[in-house]
Design a protein. Structure first.
Length: 344
C-alpha cells in the first residue's frame, strides 16, 4: 500500500483533528493509533517523549522506574510498523535521581532495552547541545554550585535493520573558512602525507563536496521566543506548548533518513513541530498527541498569514471542540512556510 493509501486508512479508522496537504494530526493515545497502522508502513518515527523528570511538567510524566516499561510498549509496536529500512529517532533529556545530585541512567537503560529486548540496532548516538538551555536543577547548579548546567540531550537513532535508509549528503554543513581556502587552492594549503595515527588523508581531501560532513553533536539553540507558532498562540490568547523542540532538530533527521513522499510519524507530537517540518520537506506525516488543546494550537502553524485573528480563533475553537478541519482551505499562500525563516 502506498503511503497515501496508509494515510487514508489511518484517517478512515481514527478520524483526525486537522489535515493538511500532506498530513494528519490525530488526537488520541498513540498506543491505540499506532496499532492501527499497517505493518512496515512508516519510514521514520521521530519523537520527543514526555521525559522522566522529577519535576512534573504540565502534561504529566511517568516516574523514572515505570518510565522504561511504559515507553517500551510504544517501541515494540513501532518496530513492527517501521519499514525494514526505517528508523526510530528518540530525543531524551537527562534527569537527576530524586533529591540527590546523582544522574538517572534511564535514557541509557532505555537504549539497552530497545536494543536487547526489542531488537533495534543503535545506528548512531547523537547529542543535541542547546546553548540556550537555562541552568537546572536550581538546587545543585545555582544554589549549591556543585553541578554544571546540563545542556545536552541524548538522541538515539535506532534502526530496524543494519542498513537503514540514510544519506548524509542531504545534511551537509557549511565548510569552515580554513576548509574553503583549502578547496580553493589545495596545493598551497595541504600536502598529502602519512599521519602517525595511520588515518592518512589523500588529495581527494581538497574536493568540494558541497559541504562538510556533520558530526553527531548537533548544536541547535532552542530560543524561538518569537516563532510563528508562539506569535499566533499569543494572538488568540492561548498558551503555547511548554516543551517544543526546534525545527532544525527534526529537519536534520527527516532529511537524512527519508525521501520526499515517505511517511514520517511523531507519536508524542505536542505542538507538531515534526509535522510542520515534514510538510515543508515534502514528506507525508501523521502526528499523534493526546491533548486536544495542544493539537488545536498546533494547527495555527499551518494557516496562511492573511487570515484574521477571528478566523484563527474560530479554527482553534472548532478543533478544540472535536470538529475535523481541512486546513487545505487555509493554505493558499505560497509564502506560508517562509514566515519562520528567522527562527532557524
Ligand atoms: C515533550 S512533548 C513533545 C513536544 C514536541 N516535540 C514539540 O516540538 O512540540 C511530549 C508530548 O507527548 C504527549 N503525550 C504523552 N503521552 C501521550 C500518549 N500516550 N499519546 C499521545 N501523546 C502523548 C504530551 O501531551 C506532550 O505534549
Amino acid at each position: 500500500m502506498s503511503n497515501i493509501g496508509n494515510i487514508n486508512r489511518i484517517l478512515f479508522e481514527n478520524g483526525y483533528s486537522y489535515r493538511t496537504r500532506l498530513g494528519l494530526a490525530i488526537c488520541n493515545d498513540s498506543l491505540t493509533v499506532l496499532s492501527r497502522f499497517p505493518d512496515q508502513s512508516i519510514n521514520l518515527v521521530i519523537t520527543s517523549p514526555p521525559f522522566a523528570l522529577q519535576r512534573k511538567k504540565e502534561y504529566g510524566n511517568k516516574e523514572q522506574d515505570q518510565y522504561i516499561a511504559w515507553l517500551l510498549e510504544f517501541a515494540k509496536i513501532i518496530n513492527r510498523k517501521l519499514t525494514d529500512d526505517g528508523s526510530l529517532v528518540i530525543d531524551l533529556g537527562g534527569a537527576y535521581k530524586k533529591g540527590i545530585p546523582i544522574r538517572s541512567l534511564y535514557n541509557f537503560r532505555l537504549l539497552i532495552h530497545l536494543c536487547d529486548d526489542i531488537g533495534f540496532h543503535l545506528a548512531e548516538e547523537f547529542f543535541w547541545y542547546n546553548p540556550s538551555k537555562l541552568p537546572s536543577p536550581i538546587e545543585w547548579v545555582n544554589k549549591r554550585k556543585i553541578r554544571v548546567k546540563d545542556s545536552v540531550n541524548t538522541i538515539w537513532w535506532l534502526s530496524k535493520s543494519e542498513y537503514p535508509k540514510s544519506d548524509i549528503r542531504n545534511v551537509l554543513v557549511p565548510y569552515s573558512e580554513r576548509m574553503k581556502k583549502l578547496i580553493e587552492d589545495p596545493a598551497k594549503y595541504y600536502t598529502p602525507k602519512e599521519r602517525p595515527s595511520g588515518h592518512n588523508i589523500g588529495s581527494n581531501f581538497g574536493n568540494d563536496n558541497g559541504g562538510a560532513i556533520p558530526s553527531n553533536l548537533l548544536q541547535i539553540p532552542n530560543s524561538e521566543s518569537n516563532s510563528l507558532y508562539l506569535r499566533r498562540c499569543k494572538e488568540i490568547g492561548v498558551k503555547g506548548h511548554p516543551a517544543r523542540f526546534p525545527e532544525k532538530l527534526p529537519a536534520f533527521f527527516i532529511k537524512m533518513l527519508t525521501h520526499p513522499n515517505d511517511l514520517v510519524v511523531d507519536i508524542f507530537a505536542g505542538s507538531n513541530t515534526t509535522g510542520f517540518v515534514a510538510e515543508k520537506l515534502n514528506r507525508n506525516w501523521i502526528s499523534i498527541e493526546n491533548r486536544i488543546d495542544y493539537v488545536s494550537a498546533s494547527s495555527l502553524r499551518f494557516i496562511d498569514s492573511n487570515f484574521s485573528t477571528n478566523k484563527l480563533t474560530e479554527i482553534y475553537n472548532s478543533i478544540n471542540s472535536g470538529k475535523k478541519i481541512n486546513l487545505n482551505n487555509f493554505q493558499k499562500s505560497k509564502t506560508l512556510f517562509d514566515l519562520d525563516d528567522g527562527e532557524n
